[in-house]
Design a protein around this ligand. Structure first.
Ligand code: ADP
Length: 264
């Protein structure tokens, strides 16, 4: 059974609990985000993070060339190296790859990125963000067959060789489809998709495929991207997706046992 496990990067996630629970397994790909570390490093470098709101109301991280540099330093550098070292410390042979390495994550650069500034819509032509178009699943399966555990995160690369930031939940969904995973676990800092944000007891336990659009009306902000990623993974042939907490004992085992929100 191949499992794709995505660990969130916002504050409140517990990467250590996830790594501890993965010890001894060799049948998974670990995907990561790193928003809190990008923000921390940006402040330390004197380039605090910036966000913008698109005309449709979505809030995104600003990725001009200087901000993208911070994203790459934080994700491919600090976060990924930390996860690989933590897995190695528990005896797993892990190999870190950004989407640029071996053209693992091929993306299309977003053109016409627009933001609402002071009530007016302005173009952001220097924004370096993209949408995943293809994942080299063969490369990941080759690594797994050599006994190496891939640890994968943004950025991605375009056909023209540009480095672009991509959403880590979308990466996890595309990776799960490409390696024909039996299950995708999106581990995060909340107990699952909540009917009422702030009430951990309001977890939606199970969602059928035809209920996802209705669920999208509940999921605001960043949770929306996870529900969209769950829908993409199911559409790519992944039979089961679970959005579950990372900050518990045994988060992987619990999510596999059905904790959190299960999409099937
Ligand atoms: P991660 O870094 O773990 O991927 P994100 O910050 O990207 O986490 O997404 C999780 C966040 O989504 C939660 O901390 C919460 O603030 C927000 N959220 C918005 N709507 C919901 C909802 N309906 N249920 C759960 N979380 C929600």
């Amino acid at each position: 059974m191949t499992v794709v496990v995505k660990i969130g990067g916002a504050a409140g996630n517990a990467a250590a609990a996830v790594v501890a629970d993965l010890a001894g397994r060799t049948d998974y790909v670990l995907v990561h985000g790193g928003s809190a570390e990008i923000d921390r490093l940006g402040v330390a470098l004197g380039r605090p993070p910036e966000h913008f709101t698109s005309p449709s109301g979505t809030v995104s991280r600003r990725c001009d060339p200087a901000q993208l540099e911070t994203v790459v330093l934080a994700l491919a550098g600090t976060v990924q190296t930390g996860l690989v070292a933590a897995l190695e410390a528990r005896g797993t042979r892990a190999i870190g790859l950004s989407g640029v390495d071996g053209r693992l994550l091929l993306a299309r650069r977003k053109t016409g990125v627009r933001a609402v500034v002071g009530g007016k819509v302005v173009r952001l032509p220097d924004d370096l963000s993209g949408t995943i178009e293809a994942v080299d699943g063969g490369l990941l399966r080759s690594l797994l067959s050599l006994g190496l555990t891939p640890v994968v995160g943004p950025p991605a690369i375009t056909d023209a060789g540009e480095v672009v930031n991509v959403d880590a939940d979308a990466v996890a969904a595309a990776v799960a489809g490409a390696v024909r995973a039996e299950v995708l676990l999106l581990l995060t800092n909340v107990p699952g998709v909540l009917r009422s944000v702030g009430d951990p007891a309001s977890v939606v336990p199970r969602v059928a495929r035809d209920g996802i659009d209705e669920l999208l009306s509940l999921a605001s902000g960043k949770m929306r991207k996870k529900v969209v990623a769950a829908r993409e993974a199911l559409a790519a042939g992944v039979p089961r997706v679970v959005i579950a907490p990372s900050q518990v004992d045994g988060p992987v085992g619990r999510a596999l046992a059905g904790a959190g929100t299960v999409f099937a």
